[in-house]
Design a protein around this ligand. Structure first.
Ligand code: SF4
Length: 335
């Protein structure tokens, strides 16, 4: 029996769903997954996945016609069970219209369209909350990603071509939500560049931010390269895996680093680790401003600071982040 998982949320959410995929695959074999075109290449190589069905809900498959096409395809597969971690009406409708007899979702979703309802824990890490969908108790599972050899080789070639043969720090300055972007990555990169190489990672939309960082480092005589628009999503995961440490906002690269085992310094502004999306490796560190009354101010982080001052991020100094990097031990001299 092949199970279906429909997870069309953000890239990071898909990465956090991988322990659920593994738990389901351990019971009945690899699962089929409906996900976004952005996330599809990331989970296609995963051993817990039999087949990825890309669903471009904001593009080619937008609207009712796209949903009907998806439903037709799912119905033809005759799945017996669908797991629905994303509390989305479209997701619930797709499984219901596809006549999948068992549909497992959370109690804060579309209950009338599910056959099995699981309580979504208010506390705890998102990985553990998602595992509850398969009745698996929390056990500090880590997300996982598998990068095929061709992408590993391509990433190595990219790094070599840009002179990144030694140890480097990866920086992920982007976020869809403006209030979650820490504004001092350029200054941090300048401070680090005297000691290590700098590789900026992110999506094509982060290329401008990345250019500001690489130009700042070049002006100060250091060495930095941007992978934005040059590395695919799998190759970005590989670049993060090869990094000594990743410095990131509360965004998808944080979860990539957790999946590939790279020490992480996560900078939180308008959101908080208590929401369940923080790093939890023994060497990981969180940088945040505690005691700010307006913080956290929304579940995802607003596009810009509603109070105008963005103190949650602007008060976090380069020195605070440097200290956190030191605490990971990632840049200690190797004997
Ligand atoms: S309201 Fe507070 S927590 Fe929200 S973005 Fe502004 S400073 Fe940050």
């Amino acid at each position: 029996m092949t199970s279906l998982v429909i997870q069309t949320a953000f890239l990071g959410d898909v990465v956090l769903t991988t322990p659920l995929l593994e738990a389901l695959a351990a019971r009945h074999g690899p699962v089929d997954v409906v996900t976004t075109p952005a996330a599809a290449p990331l989970i296609e190589p995963h051993p817990a996945v039999r087949r990825v069905i890309p669903y471009d809900k904001k593009g080619r498959d937008r609207g009712w016609r796209g949903l009907v096409n998806l439903v037709r395809g799912l119905r033809a597969e005759r799945y017996e069970c669908a797991y629905l971690p994303h509390r989305s009406l479209r997701t619930a409708l797709a499984a219901w219209l596809a006549r999948i007899p068992r549909r497992v979702g959370f109690d804060d979703g579309w209950r009338s369209l599910y056959t099995d309802i699981r309580p979504r824990a208010k506390q705890g890490h998102e990985v553990d909350r998602l595992l509850a969908l398969a009745d698996v108790a929390a056990h500090r599972a880590r997300p996982s990603l598998y990068v095929p050899l061709a992408d590993r080789v391509a990433t190595e070639g990219f790094l070599r071509e840009h002179g990144m043969q030694g140890r480097f720090v990866a920086l992920a300055p982007g976020s869809i939500w403006g209030s979650k972007r820490w504004p001092y990555y350029g200054a941090l990169a300048e401070r680090l560049a005297g000691r290590v190489g700098i590789v900026v990672v992110g999506g094509p939309e982060d290329a401008g931010l990345a250019a500001e960082i690489t130009e700042a480092v070049a002006r100060s005589g250091g060495h930095a390269v941007s992978g934005c628009r040059r590395l695919t999503v799998r190759q970005s995961a590989e670049a993060i895996r090869r990094a000594a440490v990743l410095v990131t906002n509360d965004s998808a690269p944080l979860h990539f680093a957790q999946a590939v085992g790279t020490p992480t310094v996560a900078i939180f502004g308008s959101t908080a680790p208590s929401f369940g999306f923080g790093p939890r490796g023994p060497r990981d560190r969180v940088v945040e401003l505690e005691g700010l009354p307006c913080r956290p101010c929304s579940a995802h982080g607003p596009p810009s600071c509603p109070l105008g001052h963005h103190r949650c991020m602007k008060s976090l100094r380069v020195e605070d982040v440097l200290q956190a990097i030191e605490e990971t031990g990632a840049l200690r001299r190797r004997d």
